[in-house]
Design a protein around this ligand. Structure first.
Ligand code: SF4
Ligand code: SF4
Length: 338
């Protein structure tokens, strides 16, 4: 079975943003050019920056992202180089427009998964979030990738604006032949918090709605033969809390050279590492790595700092439950058929 990003302890994932340019303007886009850069990395830099992580873990997963990574004219060369370096899996995250004939320049042996982003089971809901015509383009892109024999996965970023269509995703995913489905929580970062003139910020799914809807919807979708991954967000009382910054190896590389270990930190200059030219360095304290070691009753430290609206307190000001790490997720295998 093809591998892709893994949201488990001990996993090594390299989320490589090779540019921040994109053809869409999604309402919840987390890209923040002031913090991530506006440049497109040249192919030599991409090759050099892939190297240190392939040496740290023989079976690391690399995920090429942007912006829209298929806008990079040398994405295929980057994929082939990642394979030569021995990465355990290669995934391309895409909005479905698949620029530069990328499907003709790589093979299913080189790319394990094309991972498409769709945020509604209908064009009306998706296009209100991602832009007019993006639903049709994404569906068409999935069909083309499947026809060429590529593995396909789909990412659904849930907010109060599209929660109602999650159940309807099951039949659509089955019809499209999607193998893996990733439910992602809306992050209050990048565009989501830059409301601009007249824009209404998207709303996080409430605790009650998350607990009532997401696990059940995930089970129902998995019954269709699709592996489903979702963040628990709200930890049940006996579930242990872990911070992926301490127990996993996730690296979020941006074109300006910043390398973060936690996605919730990406709007702030607190990255744990950076590339200076071709050399990868740890940054001096205080940085995100210092936060990972703080133990607080609310669970995830960064959530308390930037998503405090997720937290509830009792009358003695004690937190009601803890918030899980967004990088350690629940995975539901499809039931085995004898
Ligand atoms: S969310 Fe992805 S597809 Fe949408 S604007 Fe941002 S980078 Fe582009
Ligand atoms: S999301 Fe929270 S728990 Fe997870 S790596 Fe970041 S700081 Fe740690």
């Amino acid at each position: 079975m093809h591998k892709t990003v893994s949201f488990t302890q001990n996993a090594t994932n390299v989320f490589f943003h090779i540019l921040t340019q994109c053809n869409l303007k999604c309402r919840h886009c987390y890209i923040n050019p002031e913090q991530h850069g506006r440049n497109t990395l040249d192919i030599d830099t991409i090759k050099n920056w892939l190297k240190p992580f392939s040496q740290q873990a023989a079976r690391a997963n690399v995920i090429f992202l942007g912006g829209e990574p298929t806008l990079h004219p040398e994405l295929a060369a980057a994929v082939k180089h990642a394979r030569r370096l021995g990465y355990g899996s290669v995934t391309i995250d895409t909005n479905g427009y698949l620029f530069h004939d990328i499907l003709d320049k790589v093979t299913p042996d080189e790319v394990d998964f094309f991972s498409f982003s769709l945020d509604g089971a209908t064009a009306a809901t998706n296009d209100a979030l991602r832009g007019t015509g993006s639903y049709a383009k994404c569906i068409e892109g999935i069909g083309r990738a499947r026809q060429k024999g590529f593995g396909t996965s789909l990412i659904y970023t849930v907010s109060q604006a599209n929660l109602h269509e999650l159940d309807a995703m099951g039949p659509l995913l089955a019809q499209l032949g999607i193998e893996r489905f990733f439910i992602q929580v809306l992050g209050l970062r990048g565009h989501s918090i830059r409301t601009g003139a007249g824009a209404t910020p998207l709303k996080l799914v409430t605790r009650g709605n998350w607990q009532a809807v997401i696990p059940k919807a995930a089970e129902n979708i998995a019954r269709r033969g699709i592996r489903v991954t979702y963040p628990p967000v709200y930890l049940a009382p006996r579930m242990p809390f872990e911070c992926a910054g301490l127990v996993a190896h996730n690296y979020f590389i941006f074109p300006n050279g910043r390398v973060y270990r936690c996605p919730l930190c990406e709007d702030y200059p607190i990255h744990a590492m950076r590339f200076d030219g071709q050399a990868l360095h740890a940054t001096p304290p205080i940085n995100e790595a210092d936060l990972f070691r703080l133990s607080i009753a609310e669970g995830c430290v960064m959530n308390k700092l930037i998503h405090p609206e997720n937290l509830d307190y009792d009358s003695d000001n004690r937190p009601v439950g803890r918030i899980a790490c967004c990088m350690l997720k629940t995975e539901i295998e499809p039931p085995k058929i004898d």
